[in-house]
Design a protein around this ligand. Structure first.
Ligand SMILES: NC(=O)N[C@@H](CC(=O)O)C(=O)O
Ligand SMILES: [Zn+2]
Ligand SMILES: [Zn+2]
Length: 346
């Protein structure tokens, strides 16, 4: 069996910098036309100037004759100025501003502590420039149960935010719960949308503990119960325009995953398209795959859909055990396992 679809884009990607960037960028560039590149470097990308420089570094790391187009983002802080939003829009290389609640996830220590106070003028400016707010939707209060952090965030932050700024474009990134699906579906189409990762479509929280602790399945927001996974699968295969592909591919060196205090993040760029295809196939919804991978994202961001096509063939292939690079190795999702949708350029 073979499928030809418009080239997909990845609307949520971590490319890192330095040696890791060089090691991972080709895996995304191979399959995706564009990607929204997350700004949580150390130090974070908080200015348009830094985003432009980071974009140059990414372009330099690409394989020869790749036309992969990195779409940059700014990391919102309590001190981001409205002027920075204007600069970002004028640069034509910045396509979103990322909200990390301070302390929510990898490299979020400089994130926002006062969204409804200090950030109000910036949010207003974003509405004026039609600049999307990309949200890591979890509260950080240590008393809130890890598995409830997304749900509590929706009620305490997102719903009030959308009420206050009904014309702000918001992407709820990497949704993991039935609650998030219901929330996104209740908002106005074209203003609130969500990305969905491969892991949250095929794994539930049992995968963290099956046969012993599984650090390579640990990401944030953490995997949830089976009922939530099922709700995500229904949402993406329903044909709704509100959901689109965002891998949240988040490479960390193996030693930082397999240790006493492991990092959150799953490296899925090499397997993402195969996994998404499998999900849609299983639901008899392969006819809805292309909208999810290649139409809904650009339509939401107001960008043209890609012209080129890729082919997905039902050929079994083995995921490499690891990818070694200059300073270590990175273990991909489904390392060493067989998958059966193989993507290739057409
Ligand atoms: N998803 C993750 O578990 N980790 C991401 C950060 C993020 O997207 O929250 C990372 O940068 O490592
Ligand atoms: Zn996140
Ligand atoms: Zn992410």
């Amino acid at each position: 069996m073979e499928l030809s679809i418009t080239q997909p884009d990845d609307w949520h990607l971590h490319l890192r910098d330095g040696d890791v960037l060089k090691a991972v960028v080709s895996h995304s560039a191979h399959h995706f036309g564009r990607a929204i590149v997350m700004p949580n470097l150390k130090p974070p990308i908080t200015t348009t100037a830094a985003a432009v420089a980071y974009r140059e570094a990414i372009l330099k790391s690409l394989p020869a004759n790749s036309d992969f187009n990195p779409l940059m983002t700014l990391y919102l802080t309590d001190t981001t100025s409205p002027m920075e939003i204007k600069l970002a829009r004028e640069s034509q290389v910045v396509f979103g501003v990322k909200l990390y609640p301070a302390g929510a996830t990898t490299n979020s220590q400089d994130g926002v502590t006062d969204l409804f106070g200090k950030c109000l003028p910036v949010l207003q400016e974003m509405v004026e420039h039609n600049m999307p707010l990309l949200v890591h939707g979890e509260v950080t209060n240590p008393e809130v149960d890890m598995f409830d952090r997304e749900k509590v965030f929706i009620e305490t932050v997102l719903r009030p935010l959308v009420q206050k700024f009904p014309r702000l474009k918001v992407v709820m990134e990497h949704v993991t719960t039935m609650d998030a699906v219901k929330f996104v579906e209740s908002c106005s189409e074209g203003f609130v949308a969500a990305t969905v990762t491969p892991q949250h479509l095929v794994l539930n929280r049992n995968s963290l503990f099956q046969g012993g602790l599984q650090p390579h399945n640990y990401c944030l927001p953490v995997l949830k119960r089976e009922i939530h996974r099922e709700a995500l699968v229904s949402a993406v295969t329903s044909g709704s325009k509100r959901f689109f592909l965002g891998t949240d591919s988040a490479p960390h060196d193996r030693r930082r995953k397999e240790c006493s205090c492991g990092c959150a993040g799953i490296y899925n760029a090499p397997v993402a398209l195969s996994v998404y295809a499998k999900v849609f196939e299983k639901e008899n919804a392969l006819d809805k795959l292309e909208a999810f991978t290649s139409f809904n994202g650009p339509d939401f961001y107001g960008l043209p859909r890609n012209n080129s096509k890729i082919k997905l063939s039902k050929t079994p292939w083995k995921v490499p055990e690891s990818f070694s690079y200059a300073s270590g190795d990175i273990i991909p999702m489904f390392a060493g396992e067989m998958l059966d949708w193989l993507p290739a350029p057409l």
